[in-house]
Structures are given as structure tokens and as C-alpha cells.
Ligand binder design. Structure first.
Ligand code: IVH
Length: 672
């Protein structure tokens, strides 16, 4: 048929086909209301492909055949956002929503209404259209600079390549993978022996950041747009009008949205969707509540991180029920014996869960947890699975109280339940499990930081009697390392040089590595700063330790008890003989007091996820610059440093009008 057409006829038909296919795509992917059978769509699509092959000059940029990009990408170019892509403050209870409502009332004159939307669990993206044509898609990135993912986003069928009007705009929203596509994708990956994605959000992010555009095209991603960031010459007065306009332009928005006049009505919406959540075809993790009127939004304004006119109510962690098969008891480095539940696999908030924490023996007893019980599990902080309670209605009739262990699973010595403790404890100082844990702690990143010596190697070294305590590490020889499983020449050399390097560590790493009860990395640093050498720390009077700000009686007593032990004496002697450094190498207190920096004498709190530093590193840096780093925000706080996903500390700082710095701003000040 195409052969019979002349060029002009073909051009007309191509125009017609592109328009028709766009219209059908919109009905199918955006409105979820197909009007023609799939075969009819395929027939028209093939006709277009044939015409484009015959007359290549007729291929339009926004032809549906151009969605699937060709060759592999080399990487994603960085793009700065015209206006930053902010995040949202979180609320976790009705009270926190009422607080938000109160804050809003202080910022704007009533009346205002609230626009409630679902919080889609995907990844944020910004889309730009020029004169109605799709031009660019950029991920959120760090909020200021994101990655150009235009080629991949083009492959998402619910994102129109042409709008219904030739407008220029930027819109933002969430790209997500529907639950059913996620399940199917993981099933396929499992069959092919590939790693599965932890949840739909990871799957969506992994797909958008894939360097092969064909991968994005083959996976079913979709989008919900939730904001209109820029728009030429259109008058919009509210969030609801903005979303209506996006709809009218053919862009996909989420229909589950409503406007309310009171926070009570907002709460009813939250409760309604908390119920409906599992029945939705995509994952949501909360409700976003936005002041609806744009002039009111403007009055309420922004903090560095988030608008003051919006808040995200986060749903409580999802729970699931499953059967408890057994309990695994593990011995920690201080002898504490902790229980882990081994259960029938269950799907929980996007991952399969089979092990969950039971925390300690007292909690297990309080919950009366028994084998073959049906237990309720959830993810603490949405990450670590824990057993919440037993569903006693499902308890089998022959159920027996759990028989708690009386002896250490590693060394068989009798376990103690000390009066003031919730845990069981193995008191044997030469328990093999404790020794291995102690060694693993000694070599760990925040302690002596010996690369290449993980838990597995440490266990072998111990079991083969090559290493019994941490000082033995410094007497290891290459031939001995070569006897270990899977250790070849090169890795043995690497290990030895990592061990050698660790001899030069500053004192605080060694103090932390020794694993003294109640002495964490931060206390170790304060002690090293104060006493400078191991010798002086060992001799330090209790009062001198207690006098250090941030430490107290418990730490002081624990340190004294530690140094009174004969084996500790021997250990330190052995470390010294191996030339392990026993001096503090950081800035001395006097020097710190003298430096004059942006942070000198300031009280600082750090919250949220950091990108460039670990929490410890930043704390150390700020301390070196003369700051005092504390744990909670009060009116005495000079600065709050807020990373990603900052929570209640940020809200509190805002309430108290404590200045908030981003990690980037801190980096700049440190550089100065
Ligand atoms: S509005 C300045 N609305 O949640 C306000 N965000 O923590 C920008 N999200 O990064 C966000 N659904 O990726 C908004 N209906 C919705 C949302 C939503 C999901 C995500 C978004 C943002 C994060 C905020």
C-alpha cells in the first residue's frame, strides 16, 4: 500500500498516524482507558514504520517510533536545575500534622485549603517541554545538580513527546514501576540467575540509570507528575489548577487527590489511603499535604531544604505475618548473646524477609515468643526487620514456652542474666565467639581500619590458632596467611601491608579498637585528645575522665576496670613491642582552641544522611575546627547541619530559628 503513495500523500499519512498513535497511547498509558484493541495499534504502528523506512526524511523527532534510543550511552551528563528540587519535611503522627497546620497558620492568613496527594515511592524527575515538544529529563540528584536521563525517559510511554498545546514548561514528578511489573521483572531475573531488585523504587532507579536505553524501553516504567515549576503566560492560582492543567496538556497526574479545608479532614484522607494502600497498583509511602493556593505558598516560603507550605505524612512501617521456625543465638564481643528469628520467607515492604531481630531475651519473654508461633514482623526504620509481636490466635494447641539457652552456643560455659541487664551474657573471657567478634571489631573501619581482614578471615585466623588476640595480628607472617582458604600471594601481601599501616594510627583508633565497654568512637577520641598517650590514659584518675564533657561516671568506671585486668596489661605490652603507635596524632586541645574558623566555639548538631563524609568524619573535622558537636537541637545550638531526609531535628531547628546549613555549605566553610 505504501508503495502506491507519492511523497505528499505519505507525508500526510505520517502526520495522521503520529497523531492517531499519540492519541491512542495517551488513552492507554495516561488515562488507562484504551479505545482500540492492541492489534489495531500495532497495525498502525507498523504502517508508520514502513512509511518512515520508505521516506526517511519523514521521520519526525517525536514519532512514537523514536522512543527507543539506539546505541549504548557513555554516562549521564550532569545538569544544574533552574530551581533546586527540594525535598519535604516529614510527619509521622496526627499530632505532627496538627503542628504543621499550626505553623502554617502562623505564616499565612487564613483561609487556606490543603491539597492532598499520594506520596509515590519512586524517583523524582524534572521534565522540560519547549513549545509543546519534550526536550529534557533530569533526575533530582543532590537537589541542585541532577543527571540528564532524557534518552531513557523518552522510552516511557506515559510521557508524551508532544503536548496538546505548544507551551514551554518544566514539570516535576515521580517515575515509578508498577507493583505487577516489579514482580514480573524480578521473577524473570531470578530465573536467569540475575540479582533481584530490593523494591520497585530501586528497580525504577536502576532502570532509569541504565546505560542501555533498550533496557528502559523493555521495562514498564510510568510517571505521575505532581508539580508545575515554570510555565510561560498561563495564569494558575493553585496546586489543583496546576494539576488540572497538566492533565489538559496530556501529562499524567495521579487522580487520587483532593482538597480539604481542615487538618481533620486531611487526617481522614490519610487514614483512608493507609487502608487502600495495599490495593493500589503502585507503591506509596505516605501522603503529601500542600497548601493549595500559590499566593499562600509564597507567603509561607521555604527553608534551605524544603517548602514550609508542604509536608509528607509517612505511613508507619508495613507489617506482615509469618511462622517462626527457630531462633539463632549469637555471641557479641562483650559476651552478650542475642536472638534472631528464623522464619518462613515473607514479602515485606518490597523485600523477602526470612530473618528478623528479636532484640534480647527480656523482650522475647515479655512478648512470650514461642517456636511455631505466627509472628508479626515489620521493618524498623523501614530497613531492619524485627519481630513486633505474636498473633496468639494462631498459636498451635501443643505450644510450649520457649526453652531459653542456659549455655553459650560457642564455648558452652554457663550464661548469666545480670540483674540490671535485658540480655543473656557469656562471662567466659576466653570464649571463642567473643574473641572472634573482638578481633573483627579491632580491624573494623572506625577502629584500626585494617583492609582485607573481614569476619571470614578473622574466624579462620582464630580457628587455626594463628591469632588469639589483636596483638597477634602484628606478628603474622606471610606463610601463615597463605595457609588460609582462598588467600593467594597478592592478597597476603595486601593484608600484611594493611596491618603494617595500621601501626601508625592515632591513639583514638586503638582505644576504640580495644573494645572497652561504653567507649564508642566518639568517647575514644575525647579520651585520646585529653590524655595524649595510652600510658596517661591508663593512669588517669577517675575524676579526670569524668571531667571530660560528654563522658561520665559509667565510662570512667569502665575504663578503670578495663586497665586493672592483667590480660589487658599483657595485651598492651605486646602491642607496644610490635611498635603499634600509642600516641594521639590529631590536633591538640590547645591548638583547637586557637584556630579561628567559622565553627570555633560554635555548638553544632548533625542530622540526616551525608554524602561526602561519614558522620564520624564530619564530627572530627568540625571538632578540629573548634566546634562542639552535640546530639540534640536546643536554643543553645548555633547551627544544624542537615543532610538528606532530615527529620524532627530539622523541624525543631526551624521552630527555634536555629540556622540550618547544608552539607555543601559546610564543605565550603571547611575549605575556607
Ligand atoms: S512534592 C518541593 N508531591 O517525595 C516539593 N513529592 O521527600 C517537592 N514525592 O523528592 C515534592 N510523591 O520525589 C511531592 N505527590 C508528591 C510526591 C512527592 C512523591 C517524592 C519526591 C520528593 C520526595 C520528598
Amino acid at each position: 500500500m505504501t508503495k502506491k503513495m507519492d511523497f505528499d500523500q505519505a507525508r500526510e499519512r505520517v502526520d495522521e498516524l503520529v497523531t492517531l498513535l499519540d492519541q491512542y497511547s495517551h488513552q492507554y498509558y495516561v488515562l488507562d482507558q484504551p479505545t482500540i484493541p492492541d492489534e489495531e495499534y500495532d497495525r498502525l504502528y507498523r504502517e508508520l514504520v514502513e512509511l518512515e523506512e520508505t521516506y526517511p526524511t519523514l521521520v519526525k523527532n517525536d514519532s512514537p517510533t523514536q522512543r527507543v534510543g539506539g546505541s549504548l550511552l557513555e554516562g549521564f551528563e550532569k545538569v544544574e536545575h533552574d530551581t533546586p528540587m527540594l525535598s519535604l519535611d516529614n510527619a509521622f503522627s496526627k499530632e505532627e500534622l496538627i503542628d504543621f497546620d499550626r505553623r502554617v497558620s502562623q505564616l499565612i492568613e487564613r483561609p487556606c485549603t490543603y491539597h492532598c496527594e499520594l506520596k509515590i515511592d519512586g524517583l523524582a524527575v524534572s521534565l522540560k517541554y519547549e513549545k509543546g515538544k519534550f526536550k529534557q529529563a533530569v533526575t533530582r540528584g543532590d537537589g541542585s545538580v541532577g543527571e540528564n536521563v532524557t534518552v531513557n525517559v523518552k522510552a516511557i510511554r506515559s510521557i508524551p513527546l508532544t503536548l496538546k498545546e505548544p507551551v514551554t514548561l518544566e514539570t516535576r514528578g515521580e517515575i515509578y514501576m508498577p507493583k505487577s511489573s516489579f514482580v514480573a521483572l524480578n521473577q524473570k531475573r531470578e530465573e536467569q540467575g540475575e540479582a533481584v531488585f530490593a523494591n520497585p523504587r530501586n528497580a525504577a532507579a536502576g532502570t532509569i540509570r541504565n546505560l542501555d536505553p533498550k533496557v528502559t524501553a523493555s521495562r514498564n516504567l510510568s510517571v505521575f507528575l505532581y508539580s508545575l515549576a515554570q510555565l510561560d503566560d498561563k495564569e494558575i492560582e493553585s496546586q489543583s489548577e496546576a494539576l488540572q492543567l497538566l492533565d489538559d496538556l496530556g501529562l499524567k497526574t495521579n487522580p487520587e487527590r483532593r482538597v480539604f479545608e481542615s487538618i481533620d479532614a486531611v487526617w481522614a484522607f490519610v487514614e483512608e489511603y493507609q487502608e487502600k494502600r495495599t490495593t493500589l497498583p503502585y507503591e506509596i509511602d505516605g501522603i503529601v499535604i500542600k497548601v493549595n493556593e500559590l499566593d499562600n505558598q509564597e507567603k509561607a516560603g521555604y527553608t534551605v531544604k524544603a517548602p514550609r507550605w508542604a509536608i509528607a505524612y509517612k505511613f508507619p512501617a508495613e507489617e506482615a505475618e509469618t511462622l517462626l521456625r527457630s531462633v539463632e543465638w549469637t555471641v557479641g564481643r562483650t559476651g552478650v548473646v542475642t536472638p534472631t528469628a528464623i522464619m518462613d520467607p515473607v514479602q515485606l515492604a518490597g523485600t523477602t524477609v526470612q530473618r528478623a531481630s528479636l532484640h534480647n531475651v527480656d523482650l522475647m519473654k515479655a512478648k512470650d515468643i514461642r517456636l511455631k508461633d505466627t509472628v508479626v514482623v515489620r521493618k524498623a526504620g523501614d530497613i531492619i526487620p524485627e519481630v513486633v509481636k505474636v498473633n496468639k490466635d494462631k498459636r498451635p494447641e501443643d505450644s510450649q514456652p520457649y526453652a531459653y539457652p542456659t549455655h553459650c552456643p560457642a564455648c558452652q560455659s554457663e550464661l548469666m542474666h545480670l540483674d540490671d541487664e535485658v540480655a543473656l551474657r557469656c562471662m567466659n573471657p576466653s570464649c571463642s565467639a567473643q574473641a572472634k567478634e573482638k578481633l573483627t571489631h579491632f580491624v573494623s573501619r572506625n577502629a584500626m581500619n585494617i583492609d582485607g581482614l573481614g569476619e571470614r578471615i578473622v574466624a579462620q585466623l582464630y580457628d587455626q590458632s594463628l591469632v588469639k588476640d589483636s596483638a597477634d595480628l602484628y606478628y603474622l607472617e606471610k606463610e601463615q596467611l597463605l595457609t588460609l582458604d582462598k588467600i593467594a600471594d597478592k592478597s597476603a601481601d595486601n593484608m600484611l601491608s594493611a596491618i603494617e599501616r595500621s601501626k601508625e594510627n592515632s591513639l583514638e583508633r586503638l582505644v576504640f579498637g580495644l573494645g572497652i565497654r561504653h567507649v564508642g568512637a566518639k568517647a575514644a577520641r575525647l579520651l585520646a585528645e585529653e590524655f595524649i598517650t595510652m600510658e596517661q590514659l591508663r593512669k588517669a584518675p577517675k575524676e579526670a575522665i569524668e571531667a571530660i564533657e560528654g563522658l561520665g561516671e559509667t565510662v570512667a568506671e569502665s575504663i578503670q576496670a578495663f586497665f586493672e585486668l592483667e590480660e589487658v596489661d599483657r595485651l598492651i605490652q605486646k602491642l607496644k613491642e610490635a611498635s603499634v603507635n600509642m600516641e594521639y596524632k590529631g590536633k591538640r586541645k590547645e591548638e583547637i582552641e586557637q584556630v579561628s574558623s567559622y565553627f570555633s566555639g560554635k555548638t553544632v548538631v548533625i542530622t540526616g544522611k551525608l554524602e561526602h563524609y561519614t558522620r564520624d568524619e564530619l564530627e572530627q573535622k568540625l571538632t578540629d575546627l573548634g566546634a562542639k558537636v552535640t546530639g540534640s537541637v536546643s536554643k543553645n545550638t548555633d547551627y544544624l547541619i542537615a543532610g538528606e531526609d532530615a527529620g524532627s531535628k530539622l523541624t525543631k531547628a526551624q521552630d527555634l530559628e536555629v540556622p540550618v546549613l547544608t552539607e555543601q555549605q559546610v564543605l565550603e566553610e571547611i575549605d575556607e
